[in-house]
Design a protein around this ligand. Structure first.
Ligand code: TRP
Length: 345
């Protein structure tokens, strides 16, 4: 059950959307259909702020030589997918230092016990040789990301709900101790079910599983063709339930094809006439129909990375303006900062 919060009663707080995305270096179609499509839709309706969260990326081992290029590539990918800097703010988390400042304040309002219960931390900690305090503290920085802008709507996947619940607790604790300032944070869950790995369709599509477990949004056609062609299906007699691999192909088809084609193939499946070669051809063609225009825009942006950097700079300037104003008020409420000595100045 998701507990939806009451809307903020302060009329001066506009409904604002915030989301963060890790600079993984490359978007895959699971990210695209699960998160990015939502980002693009929401920018029409809300004031949206999207951040590439490099301070989250350094909570685990990272290569400082590669990180800037990964951040830039993620920005270019998002723009190629249709994120419009005239409608939404796109910026890099570390370009707005107030994120870490607020995270420290929130650290002091977060119980150690709550953090030890975070399932994502437990999962990630198992994969690390060195478990940093930053990894433990990751959800607090995430709460700061959202609340620094007093955002109330956060498009995320199911796996982030526990982090959002923590952000709500932190906000409530702040509000009751220091005065109402932060809104109630609510998730906007993606309607798209999870896209699975083509090679191991019982596992969620992910870059960290390895090359054959994801389809990159910017991947060359020949390589996408190969991954779709060799996607795991089934051999045995068909039951009424689709096997995970076949269900995954149908899911990708549903997300990228028009519904007539989808219905047609599903009918063929149900009546036992469908050949998987035909399903795979249809998946490949429909998917490329979605990806080709994105890839074309991405190639243009690759020739103009200076332009992408400018978008990020302008985005950081706009984000910083909101962040600085809110931070001034937050410092005043808790009685820290130079201005607390000179109230009214
Ligand atoms: N933890 C999120 C993820 O892994 C990324 C993230 C960081 C985020 N800060 C955020 C998401 C703020 C939403 C809001 O997907």
């Amino acid at each position: 059950m998701i507990a939806f919060g009451r809307p903020s009663t302060d009329p001066s707080v506009k409904e604002r959307v915030f989301s963060g995305i890790q600079p993984t270096g490359e978007l895959h179609i699971g990210n695209y259909f699960g998160a990015v499509i939502n980002y693009i839709r929401l920018q029409e309706e809300y004031e949206c702020i999207y951040s590439i969260v490099d301070y989250h990326a350094i909570t685990v081992d990272h290569d400082p030589k590669l990180l800037p290029a990964k951040v830039l590539a993620m920005a270019a990918d998002l723009l190629a997918c249709g994120l419009d800097p005239d409608k939404a703010i796109l910026f890099v988390q570390s370009h707005v230092p107030e994120h870490t400042e607020l995270a420290w304040i929130f650290n002091c309002l977060t119980s150690f016990g709550d953090l030890t219960r975070m399932t994502q931390f437990k999962e990630k900690a198992k994969q690390q040789e060195f478990v940093s305090a930053g990894l433990f503290d990751y959800p607090v920085l995430q709460a700061a990301d959202i609340l620094l802008y007093r955002a109330s709507k956060v498009p995320v996947g199911e796996d982030q709900l526990q982090h959002l619940e923590l952000a709500r607790r932190i906000a409530r604790r702040f509000n009751s101790r220091f005065g109402e300032f932060f809104p109630e944070v609510e998730p906007i869950l993606s309607e798209a079910p999870r896209v699975m790995s083509p090679a191991e369709p019982t596992m969620k599509m992910s870059k960290s599983l390895g090359e054959k477990h994801y389809i990159g949004v910017m991947e060359p056609e020949a390589s996408i063709y190969e991954k779709v062609k060799t996607a795991v299906t089934d051999v045995g007699p068909r039951g009424p339930e689709m096997s995970p691999g076949v269900a995954n192909l149908f899911l990708i088809l549903k997300l990228s094809a028009d519904s007539r084609l989808y219905d047609e193939l599903e009918e063929e499946y149900r009546t036992g006439k469908l050949k998987y070669v035909r399903l795979k051809e249809a998946v490949f063609e429909s998917l490329m129909g979605v990806l080709r225009p994105i890839q074309a825009r991405r190639r243009e942006l690759e020739r103009d990375l200076g332009g992408v950097k400018q978008v990020l700079e302008a985005g950081a300037a706009r984000a910083r303006e909101i962040a600085q104003e809110n931070m001034r008020e937050i410092r005043r409420l808790i009685g820290v900062g130079l201005e607390s000595f000179n109230p009214g100045r």
